[in-house]
Design a protein around this ligand. Structure first.
Ligand code: COI
Length: 355
């Protein structure tokens, strides 16, 4: 599927660091593959993409992204099939979302050829870093940040686009205890909640830490007006199974339009499982639990994949959900998604981009 019209100058590492990696014991986000892609925006155009050894870079202390947070990112994953080919999962959707985030953050549109061909060439070079191990993947982090050396507040006139990658295992090591957030807000209508903007994550750390101090792994955000409706959870979109139907908040300007979210809902529809994308009231979840109808709850995200939720805290009470092993809907979808990503099942929606 490759379209090689852009040849990116490449400087290879003299010696790979891959021997530092224990493929049977991969921690999330700690060891980085040998190379990275870099392209700069200046004089009104994206230019000079190049691949170089992964490593530190030098920046002015006045680099504007460091002060005002004009920075966006994506997360995507590559897998290996049984023949050792590299399969990227839905990279064009990440590309589109990067530019949607960029538009909201006044970052100039990145051309598709720099993103896609940069990725292809980077992944061919770092192919050995894509784990063949079940449950593992190469996590790929494309990002753009403002690089003007200027501390006035205005959109930067220069930017840097970069991509690096790291082999990863599970993001969350265990089923999650989450708490519904009654006070703090991740995002409000008219804000930048739908953008994958760095500041959205930075601003979420404090409320998340407060919940973590109370013994919960993550929180579930609620709407900014009334704290009445569920939005998303930590680094994930969130879904519930009530009465054998998947119920999930509809994406909006306050919720990130997750690519794993979309994939899970599509697989559910393909399997004939009813899906409801709509406003989900906190009270509905509490009532469903009381009535014994809240069968499953889980988060969806690139890093998290499908992360099971064991307990939901709300208003002083812990709602314990049915055992993970019996969750036929989310476990079935997770297994199917995994088979598609690793080339073990047909790909009816053309999600796989083979390198
Ligand atoms: C992802 O799932 O790729 C994300 O971006 C979440 C991340 C902050 C770990």
């Amino acid at each position: 599927m490759s379209v090689d019209t852009l040849t990116i100058p490449t400087q290879c590492v003299p010696q790979s660091r891959i021997s530092e990696l224990d493929f049977n014991n991969i921690e999330f986000g700690k060891i980085f593959a040998d190379h990275m892609l870099v392209a700069d925006y200046k004089d009104g155009a994206w230019q000079n993409p190049e691949i170089k050894p992964y490593g530190n870079m030098s920046l002015s202390p006045a680099t504007s992204a460091l002060h005002y947070g004009q920075a966006i990112f994506e997360g995507m994953k590559a897998y290996k099939n049984a023949d050792g080919d590299i399969l990227l999962f839905r990279p064009l959707d990440n590309f589109k979302r990067l530019n949607i985030s960029g538009d909201r953050m006044c970052i100039p549109e990145l051309p598709e050829e720099i993103f896609m061909q940069g990725l292809e060439q980077l992944l061919r070079l770092d192919a050995a870093w894509v784990p063949p191990t079940a449950g593992c993947a190469l996590y790929i982090r494309p990002f753009i940040f403002a690089t003007d050396e200027f501390i006035g507040v205005r959109p930067s006139s220069s930017y840097r686009f970069m991509v690096f990658s790291c082999p990863v295992g599970a993001y969350y090591g265990q089923p999650l205890r989450v708490a519904i957030e009654p006070n703090y807000v991740r995002s409000a209508e008219g804000g930048a909640g739908y953008a994958k903007a760095a500041g959205n994550y930075g601003a979420a750390l404090y409320p998340a830490r407060k919940m973590q101090e109370r013994g919960y792994h993550q929180l579930i955000w609620t709407d900014s007006r009334e704290h009445k409706y569920i939005e998303e959870s930590g680094t994930m979109n969130v879904m519930f199974v009530i009465d054998d139907r998947i119920v999930t908040p509809a994406v909006s300007t306050t919720i990130l339009s997750g690519i794993t979210r979309d994939s899970v809902l599509q697989i559910a529809r393909d399997k004939g499982i009813p899906v409801e994308e709509r406003k989900v009231a906190v009270s509905e979840i509490v009532e469903a639990h009381k009535a014994g109808k809240l069968q499953e709850a889980f988060g969806t995200g690139t890093a998290a994949t499908i992360a099971q939720i064991a307990t939901i805290h709300y208003n002083g009470e812990d709602m314990d959900l049915p055992a993970i092993e019996g969750r036929e809907i989310s476990n079935g979808i997770a297994a199917e998604l995994d088979r598609i990503k690793t080339g073990q099942a047909p790909d009816p929606h053309s999600w796989i981009y083979k390198i």
